[in-house]
Design a protein around this ligand. Structure first.
Ligand SMILES: Nc1ncnc2c1ncn2[C@@H]1O[C@H](COP(=O)(O)OP(=O)(O)OP(=O)(O)O)[C@@H](O)[C@H]1O
Ligand SMILES: [Mg+2]
Length: 293
């Protein structure tokens, strides 16, 4: 099982590229696609899902070229788009039965699968309630259920945790790790903690370019020995921000506790273990400065 993306670019109109020279190869596991708003995450995902045509470059799924044979991927794909909408008057079972029919699943097999999926996403109790009455988290879970109807080898979920409260977010993360195994899962987010625990691979994307593709451990290693805690008076924080990359600040009785990512520490700063958030900010700031990672 392999997805290969080679030098893919997308220009919607004019000379602005939403995605440029993007290459990446991956096998089974969870890929966290991490980047700020407008980075090109949705563009990349909809190209992989064969909904958007790339302006340049090629993609292969298990050796088949997508431009020539889009069905090679469509038959094994589950997709939860960023702007996923539900039919508010249908209940969960009706909605999933409808989508199963659209996907061409046989009715009896679909019925069994729908029961399994409702159980998996923990919506069995509310299966007869109209989807219009669901919370954001419940809608996202029904979105995942529809993406899993055909037991996809490739599961693409675009910002699935947007708008979820912290508990729903954790529940969703756990669900995704349960789903991994013999499949490729691609999950986009701009929140580092969404992929910290679950992703086997992380691709950082900014302004249409791949900034880094590495395991979470490798990313952490990049900032090993470069993260410091610095306690300073709050009045000095604006000046500190001018000179240092500050990944986090906390207000405490003795002043501001700032996390600084830097080669050499500010005066009196103490070394602290790095987090993925530090690594993310470090890579993004290096990329903005024009450095290669
Ligand atoms: N249909 C479109 N027509 C023109 N420009 C587009 C279109 N879709 C996206 N863009 C532009 O392409 C760039 C990348 O957008 P994209 O939606 O892929 O980013 P994203 O990383 O998914 O952002 P977000 O985190 O906000 O979802 C942005 O500059 C966006 O304005
Ligand atoms: Mg998006």
């Amino acid at each position: 099982m392999e997805l290969q993306i080679e030098r893919v670019g997308k220009r919607y109109s004019g000379d602005k590229w939403a995605l440029r020279d993007f290459s990446l190869k991956m096998g089974p596991g969870i890929l966290g696609l991490l980047g700020p708003n407008g980075a090109g995450k949705t563009t990349l995902m909809s190209i992989i899902a064969t909904i958007t045509r790339p302006t340049e470059g090629t993609l292969h799924w298990n050796g088949s070229e997508l431009a020539k044979d889009p069905n090679a991927i469509r038959t094994v794909l589950g997709y939860l788009p960023q702007d996923f909408g539900v039919y508010p008057n249908l209940n969960a079972v009706e909605f999933l039965e409808y989508l199963a029919a659209v996907k061409g699943l046989a009715a009896t097999a679909a019925r069994r699968r729908i029961e399994e999926l409702l159980d998996l996403v923990n919506l069995s109790d509310v299966r007869k309630r109209p989807l219009g009455s669901y919370s954001g988290g419940m809608k996202q879970r029904i979105g995942i259920a529809q993406a899993l109807l055909n037991d996809p080898q490739l599961l693409i979920v675009d910002e699935p945790t947007a708008g979820l409260d912290p508990e729903e977010r954790v529940r969703f993360r756990n669900l995704l790790s349960e789903l991994s195994g013999e499949r490729i899962v691609i999950l986009s987010t701009h929140i580092v903690s969404d992929v910290e625990a679950t992703a086997t691979d992380i691709a950082l994307i900014s302004q249409g370019s791949l900034v880094a593709h590495a395991s979470p451990e490798e990313l952490l290693r990049m900032v090993e020995g470069k993260v410091w805690e610095w306690v300073l008076p709050s009045a000095e924080l604006p000046a500190a921000r001018q000179s240092y990359l500050i990944s986090n600040t906390m207000h405490r009785a003795d002043g501001i506790h700032a996390r600084v990512v830097a080669q050499s520490p500010p005066p009196q700063a103490a070394p602290v273990p790095p987090t993925l958030e530090d690594a993310y900010l470090f890579c993004m700031s290096r990329h903005r400065a024009g450095a290669t990672i």
